[in-house]
Design a protein around this ligand. Structure first.
Ligand SMILES: [Fe+2]
Ligand SMILES: [Fe+2]
Length: 274
C-alpha cells in the first residue's frame, strides 16, 4: 500500500482584514500564511491539507469571502488541495455563500473523499447557537451508509470537537458530547484514527482503541495544564499525518515563536464566560 502524507490544521479563526478587529491584536491571516509557508518548505510534500473548523472568528459573510481568497491562493502556491470542516465559531449560511459560493442555507456540512485507498470523513459536530459538540442521528446514519464503500487503507474521521479526555477539567465540557454513538458506528470498521481541534493544544488519546489526536490551533494556543483559567498563548502549529501499512502516525509541529502569554481568563472570577 502506498504511503500517504497530509497536513492537519485547525482553529484558524480568520477575520476579514477590513474589519480591523483582530483577536489579541494577532493577524490571523499572517498566521495561516506562515503555516502554509512551512508546509511548502517540507522535504516531503503533503498530498492535501485538512482544516478541522473554527475557520473564522466571527463567521460573517465577509470573513468567509476573505478566507476563500486566502485559501485558494495558498492552495495554488503549495500545489495541494485544501479540505475544510466547520467548528463552533462557524456559521453555515455565510460559509455556504462566502466560501462554497452556493445558495446560503443552514444545512449541515459533512462529506467524505478517498485518496489512494484512504477515506477521509469530515464530520460536522457543531451545535448551532452553542459551543457544544454533538453528532446527530442523520449524520451517523450517513456515516454508516458511507462505510459500505470499501477503502483499502482504512478511514480517518475529522471532527472539530475532540473525543478524548484532556489534562484539564476546563476542557471537559468542550469534548464531543456523544462519543459512544460515534464509537458504535466506527468500531470494527477499519478506522485508523480520529483528528480534531477546538481545544487549541496537542492532545493524544483513543476511542475504543482508535487513536485520536487533537492539534493545537493555527491562530493561538491554550495552556493544557491550567485548571481554573484559560491561558491563551501566542503560538501556532499543526499536525503532519502519515498513513503507512494501515497505521496512522502523527507528528505535531510548532512554528517558531515566543509562546508568550496573550491573555488569562479566570473562570472562577467570571464563570459566565464558559
Ligand atoms: Fe478554536
Ligand atoms: Fe472551537
Amino acid at each position: 500500500m502506498e504511503t500517504i502524507h497530509f497536513a492537519h490544521l485547525t482553529d484558524i479563526h480568520i477575520n476579514a482584514p477590513e474589519k480591523n478587529n483582530p483577536m489579541f491584536g494577532i493577524d490571523m491571516t499572517a498566521k495561516l500564511r506562515a503555516v502554509f509557508e512551512d508546509i511548502r518548505n517540507l522535504k516531503t510534500k503533503p498530498s492535501f491539507v485538512l482544516i478541522s473548523g473554527d475557520l473564522t472568528q466571527d463567521g460573517d459573510l465577509e470573513d468567509y469571502r476573505h478566507l476563500k481568497r486566502l485559501i485558494d491562493e495558498e492552495s495554488r502556491k503549495a500545489g495541494i488541495p485544501v479540505h475544510v470542516g466547520l467548528g463552533n465559531h462557524d456559521f453555515r449560511a455565510p460559509f455556504r455563500e462566502g466560501y462554497l459560493e452556493e445558495v446560503p442555507s443552514d444545512e449541515s456540512y459533512y462529506y467524505s473523499f478517498v485518496e489512494r485507498g484512504l477515506r477521509i470523513v469530515m464530520l460536522n459536530t457543531q451545535v448551532q447557537g452553542s459551543h457544544d459538540g454533538h453528532l446527530d442521528e442523520t449524520q451517523l446514519d450517513w456515516l454508516t451508509e458511507t462505510l459500505n464503500e470499501p477503502a483499502e487503507q482504512g478511514s480517518i474521521v475529522v471532527l472539530h470537537h475532540p473525543v478524548t479526555a484532556t489534562p484539564t477539567a476546563l476542557m471537559d465540557s468542550h469534548l464531543l458530547q456523544n462519543p459512544e454513538e460515534l464509537a458504535n458506528v466506527i468500531t470494527g470498521r477499519h478506522f485508523i484514527g480520529l483528528l480534531s481541534g477546538h481545544i487549541h493544544f496537542h492532545n493524544i488519546g483513543s476511542l475504543n482503541g482508535i487513536p485520536s489526536c487533537a492539534a493545537t490551533g493555527v491562530a493561538f494556543g491554550l495552556d493544557p495544564t491550567s485548571q481554573d483559567s484559560m491561558i491563551f498563548l501566542d503560538n501556532s502549529g499543526y499536525n503532519l499525518v502519515t498513513v503507512k501499512n494501515g497505521q496512522m502516525a502523527v507528528q505535531p509541529r510548532y512554528l517558531p515563536g515566543e509562546h508568550q502569554l496573550l491573555f488569562e481568563y479566570n473562570l472562577k472570577k467570571d464563570p459566565a464566560h464558559t
